[in-house]
Write a new protein. Structure first.
Length: 374
């Protein structure tokens, strides 16, 4: 049953659509009487099964859900709604005469946000509903603001990338003597321009990656790939950068392929980021070790460096956006604090795991794990 009621502008309550689910028609009439005068649009259902159908059609802003009903009970109805709609599911407040702590815990575990005890008190009902609708409205506003931020960040990063790439390319032309030999002072200046533009381009690319991921536009195209081969490609290229710090990346040879289901370009990005990070924070002359671990059902790789490790009390910053630690790169390199956050998001999109642990004595190990294909 649906009952559309004109919104009352005189009340300072967020407008919304409320679905009342209860097998007792008296309870539905009582709650409807309390809520109608406040301008809410109401719909009702007398069972959990009916509630699932009504929710799809009515699209409520909030659900008042009885616990004890014939058929599926309120807890199971809540679980099904949360499973189907996820983070977009409307807040669910249980209405029940049961107030034992175990029932409260079960309801919150199922995905509910609050309890309304019977018999109903009008002021309490309205206060609780007002709070949760205001919270939902705030979350929606924050979500829109975050989406606008990501769009702006993506546009800004995209517009900056092309001119930065041009500056880097022109600096390379000058450095390589394409337009004539440079004096030592001129060459030093061009090298500075090239290094600065390369650093800025890497930061812009990271910002663009984050904006793409946060906007939900990260596209993963998993396919059967040999993790050993992917790591070999990355190590070969990163050793060129490592040589500038007299550092060497040493892979531990694998005895057989490790076939995993991954997007090769995205997984290469993870490997590159971890190797670059190890080079960046290890002192010159270090050895970065890459190991492949094959288990019965999983295949993982680890990157071990000889840097200072993760400072005590800063582990929570590791995989967060702009989560810079107190340790500094050893060669004056720049860091946005985005590299590890990007790694985490890509690994999560692959349904894998990434962890970091300090090594005994000195250094840190980052390990990425994926299920092994048969």
């Amino acid at each position: 049953m649906m009952d559309a009621t004109p919104k009352n502008q005189a009340h300072d309550l967020p407008a919304g659509k409320i679905l009342i689910v209860d097998d007792d028609r008296i309870n539905i009439r009582i709650l409807s009487g309390i809520l109608k005068s406040e301008g809410y649009e109401l719909a009702s259902a007398e069972s959990g099964e009916k509630a699932l159908d009504t929710y799809e059609q009515f699209k409520p802003s909030l659900v008042l859900l009885d616990v004890v009903m014939p058929g599926i009970n309120g807890f199971e109805t809540c679980r099904r709604l949360k499973a189907k709609y996820g983070d977009d599911c409307a807040p669910i407040i249980f209405i029940t005469a049961k107030n034992e702590s175990d029932d409260v815990v079960e309801g919150l575990t199922a995905g509910g946000v609050d309890y309304l005890p019977k018999p109903f008190q009008a002021k309490e009902v309205l206060a609780r509903i007002r709070t949760h609708l205001q919270n939902r409205l705030l979350l929606e506003q924050l979500s829109k603001a975050d989406a606008a931020k990501n769009r702006f960040l993506g546009m800004a990063a995209h517009d900056l990338r092309n001119p930065l790439a041009s500056i880097r390319g022109l600096a390379e032309f000058l450095r390589d003597g394409t337009v004539g030999q440079l004096t030592p002072d001129q060459l030093d200046l061009v090298n500075t321009i090239h290094t600065a533009s390369q650093s800025m381009l890497e930061m812009v690319n990271e910002l663009l990656d984050v904006a793409t991921i946060e906007s939900g536009e990260l596209k993963i195209a998993p396919a059967k790939n040999d993790l050993v081969e992917l790591i070999g490609k990355s190590v070969y290229l990163r050793n060129i950068d490592a040589a500038k710090k007299n550092t060497q990346i040493t892979p531990v040879a694998a005895t057989e392929p490790c076939w995993v289901n991954v997007d090769p370009a995205k997984m290469l990005q993870v490997i590159d980021n971890l190797l670059s990070n190890a080079i960046k924070y290890s002192p010159p002359g270090s050895i970065v070790t890459v190991e492949i671990h094959r288990e019965a059902k999983t295949c993982s790789f680890s990157v071990k460096d000889q840097g200072p490790g993760i400072p005590e009390g800063e582990r929570d910053k590791l995989f967060k956006d702009f989560g810079r630690l107190s340790v500094q790169p050893t060669g004056g390199e720049k860091s946005t604090g985005l590299g590890l956050a990007i790694c985490r998001k890509i690994v999560d999109a692959h349904h894998g795991s990434i962890v970091a642990e300090n090594l005994p004595g000195r250094g840190c190990e980052f390990r990425v794990t994926r299920p092994l294909l048969p």
